[in-house]
Design a protein around this ligand. Structure first.
Ligand code: AMP
Length: 272
């Protein structure tokens, strides 16, 4: 973790490093920590609505590493009525990406506060979303693994429209009941709704950017701007492609298997 917050004081003219230097303020030179001496540094990629938050948060509990979602940092900034909030709300509500500079400065502040609390490792969700962000991240951290979650686009739209958040506890739920027939050799997909417990039911809210028009725009931007990030990591041999076979009950055990964590969970529950 320290590696990412101690950003580079290299004398390089690269715009990425100078952008990063400006954003990661007060940064002493980087120190890359031997992967064996630290917790995992993973990234979750995937279209809006695919379930990055759900699976990253479950893995964060399992591995005891922070789950850092840049979308949450943006929403927190929006709700704080801070100086950036009106600028951000316009961008987010149009489904557009906020500038690399703003997102890196929010992420940098989050990492610095985690580091001060002794956090180690991270699972990033929603970052990097542009090649520039991926290059900046590569300059400051050794990412061990990038998990690319995949679902059919029609399902993504339904999942975004069905997403609900408890305004009190912040947990994500989904009221969509998905039953998509297979086609062109692809299997069908059934996903049961992820309903909230009774005490959250009256506090559910919908994200302002989860409207049909905005979700379609976010998917378009993902395909155009963020998909090249998949290739960035594929070419480095770090990308694990994972087609979600269904909802959480079907997908979670298979994801653990793909990550070689299936007996890790058993050992942890046995030790608990
Ligand atoms: P998410 O919750 O990941 O869908 O993010 C919600 C919104 O926050 C996005 O639509 C963007 O406007 C903004 N956002 C989150 N992460 C990034 C990022 N890495 N780069 C640019 N904008 C981002």
């Amino acid at each position: 973790m320290a590696a990412i917050t101690r950003l580079i004081n290299r004398t390089t003219s690269s715009s990425y490093y100078s952008l990063a230097r400006r954003c990661f303020t007060h940064a002493p030179p980087p120190q890359r920590v031997d992967p064996k001496q630290r917790n995992v540094q993973w990234v979750f990629l995937g279209c809006p609505g695919v379930g990055k938050g759900t699976y990253a948060s479950r893995l964060s509990n399992l591995l005891a590493v922070p789950h850092i979602a840049t979308g949450d940092l943006v929403r927190h900034e929006l709700s704080s009525d801070g100086p950036l909030s009106s600028q951000l709300s316009e961008i987010v509500n149009q489904g557009k990406l906020v500038s690399d500079e703003i997102i890196i400065s929010l992420l940098s502040a989050r990492l610095a506060s985690g580091e001060a609390k002794g956090e180690s490792g991270f699972i990033l969700d929603g970052f990097p979303r542009t090649i520039k962000q991926a290059e900046i991240l590569e300059g400051v951290a050794d990412i061990d693994l990038v998990v690319n979650l995949k679902l059919r686009e029609e399902i993504l739209l339904e999942k975004c429209l069905g997403r609900r958040i408890c305004s009190q506890c912040g947990k994500n739920f989904n009221v969509a009941s998905i039953n998509m027939k297979g086609e062109n050799g692809r299997p069908g997909t059934v996903m049961a709704p992820l309903l909230p417990p009774a005490h959250c039911m009256s506090k559910l809210i919908t994200r302002s950017d989860d409207t049909e028009a905005v979700v379609k725009e976010r998917l378009r931007i993902y395909n155009e701007t963020s998909q090249p990030v998949e290739e960035f990591y594929r070419s480095r041999g770090k990308l694990l492609e994972f087609d979600l076979p269904g909802g959480i009950p079907e997908s979670w055990p298979k994801l653990l298997q793909a990550l070689n964590l299936d007996d890790y969970e058993e050992k942890r529950s046995a030790a608990a």
